[in-house]
Design a protein around this ligand. Structure first.
Ligand SMILES: [Mg+2]
Ligand SMILES: [Zn+2]
Length: 196
């Protein structure tokens, strides 16, 4: 008797930071380098309004180089969050990998499981937000983003801004290629919203 309680995992949209959420795709460690991608906030708000988590997953080897601390990266994320908030939008959570195999700082020198194209942070986000990755969408500007999205079993969208997939690190075939992050978010919304 009674209804069976189903713990229904949700879809999510998983964004890269540099070159997707923000305009600059080169290494970023200063506030003045931060600029949200044009017209992205109202599109993020659409997901917020549907309770679809918007997650940022980003490699930040600037920490491994010692150019900025982990706290510093978090401060940059707070600044982005505030700018989004002003437009009625928010990122549910920023996840970043501070490591690199050739790090200057010993502490961060390792082959970690969280640097894309590895999917440690995808798994972490899925656990924390009860996300069904196979119903989710990853948006990126580099081949490592697309490969990670594929490995995590999400649908993948490559944008032609930022690196535009021309870093040639990995051979990847995204599900979709679009002009810019706004088009990516519009497409992601179409892909996700029927699932509610
Ligand atoms: Mg990027
Ligand atoms: Zn890492």
């Amino acid at each position: 008797m009674g209804q069976r309680k189903i713990n229904k995992a949700k879809p999510a949209v998983i964004l890269d930071r540099d070159g997707v959420l923000t305009q600059r795709h080169l290494l970023t460690w200063q506030k003045k380098q931060l600029k949200l991608s044009p017209k992205i906030a109202p599109l993020i708000r659409k997901f917020n309004n549907k309770n679809i988590p918007v997650i940022v997953i980003t490699n930040q080897p600037v920490v491994a180089r010692g150019w900025i601390s982990e706290k510093g990266v978090e401060r940059l994320h707070q600044i982005l969050q505030k700018r989004l908030n002003k437009n009625g939008a928010f990122i549910d959570k920023f996840y970043f990998c501070p490591h690199h195999s050739k790090a200057t700082l010993k502490k961060y020198k390792k082959e970690c499981g969280c640097r894309k194209p590895k999917i440690g942070l995808f798994k972490k986000a899925a656990k924390e937000f009860n996300i069904n990755l196979s119903h989710s969408v990853t948006v990126g500007d580099m081949t490592q983003d697309i490969l990670a999205g594929k490995r995590a079993r999400t649908k993948t969208i490559l944008v032609k801004t930022g690196h535009a997939g021309k870093d040639n690190k990995y051979k990847v075939f995204p599900n979709f290629i679009v002009k810019d992050p706004t088009n990516a978010l519009k497409l992601a919304y179409k892909l996700l919203s029927p699932l509610k």
